[in-house]
Design a protein around this ligand. Sequence first.
Ligand SMILES: NC(=O)c1ccc[n+]([C@@H]2O[C@H](COP(=O)([O-])OP(=O)(O)OC[C@H]3O[C@@H](n4cnc5c(N)ncnc54)[C@H](O)[C@@H]3O)[C@@H](O)[C@H]2O)c1
Length: 356
Amino acid sequence: MEKIKIGLIGAGGIVQSAHIPSLKKIKDVEITAIADINKEKLKYVGEKFEIKYTFTEWEKLVEADIDAVVISSPNVFHAQQSIRAMESGKDVLCEKPVCLTSEEAEKIFKVAEDTKRIFMAAFPRRFSGEAKVLKPMIDKGELGEIYYIKASYLRRRGIPGLGTWFTDKKLAGGGPMIDVGVHILDFVIYLIGAPEPEMIIGSKYEKFKDKAVDGGWPPLETRIGDKTTGKIDVEDLACGFVKLSNGATLFIEASWAGNSETGMRVSLFGTKAGVQMPDPQESKNPLRIFSENNGVLMDIIPHIPVSDSFYEEVVHFIECIRKRKSPITKKKEIISVVKIIEGIYKSAETGNPVVF
Ligand SMILES: NC(=O)c1ccc[n+]([C@@H]2O[C@H](COP(=O)([O-])OP(=O)(O)OC[C@H]3O[C@@H](n4cnc5c(N)ncnc54)[C@H](O)[C@@H]3O)[C@@H](O)[C@H]2O)c1
């Protein structure tokens, strides 16, 4: 079997800690090229992982003799890099949040259709044990109609890359809602069948600017040569109340800093059963399914399969490339996710609800 040749755009934390180690485990895959504007980091990563070609301009990487591109640059570049890569004949795995606006998202999927390239969004929680348990149950109607959803991703003191692109609105598009809220939002939109937003009320706050603490991401050893500007013009907490096209209501909240509990949680309220998904780190508080059998209320505790989400994500991408198969991340889901985040920020900025 011929090797699939991969080019990486961005040589930062997620690439060094997840994408390269995962891709290296797959037989018949070669990491052929890498691009980053940071020369020092590019050289270090290129040498450490024995990557043949290094580029300081990503435009050259997408023209190189490779089959696919994995995009892990700051958020603002995702749309243009995905589009240019597909137009150059490459399949694309693009890091979350995929892009900053629904207009960009529509364009990405139009280019994917026109060029017949694979476009996959990197949402590792789709490959989590929790998703493997819940998705088939929901698809078979075992929870009934899901009419209320709460999704939460909270940190107490943990601003990633404080003072780098992460906290610069121009480069990141926003703070915790677009950075980590997007994970939990994609997870629930995928689970419940991708309804679209009809009305959104959003709020956001910047209360920790003066006492901001770097959250340790990207891992310190991956930050070679990174420069900080010290700029923080994104929120540290955002939340949204979303009425969905299937009649359901979603409440979502995300923070990098706040005086609250921490972790990633989901509650699903269905007419036949409900789900409480505590943070996967809380081993003493397992995922519960609230059900009823013959008039008796029951709590079911499923055994959650162990998964290696980042590895399974790239395995799926490579399989889609080989079999020319449509990836797990569908256009309808991604557009809905991007629209909800865009709507939360718009509502928070204007003070008005966003009605679609
Ligand atoms: N899926 C996940 O769980 C997950 C986790 C962390 C980050 N991410 C996403 O991955 C992306 C990168 O995050 P990170 O944590 O690796 O950040 P990082 O800051 O460690 O890495 C980003 C890299 O991009 C480089 N860069 C900047 N501008 C560039 C350009 N124009 N072209 C090429 N490279 C450029 C920077 O020099 C840096 O090395 C972000 O979109 C982030 O949201 C996803």
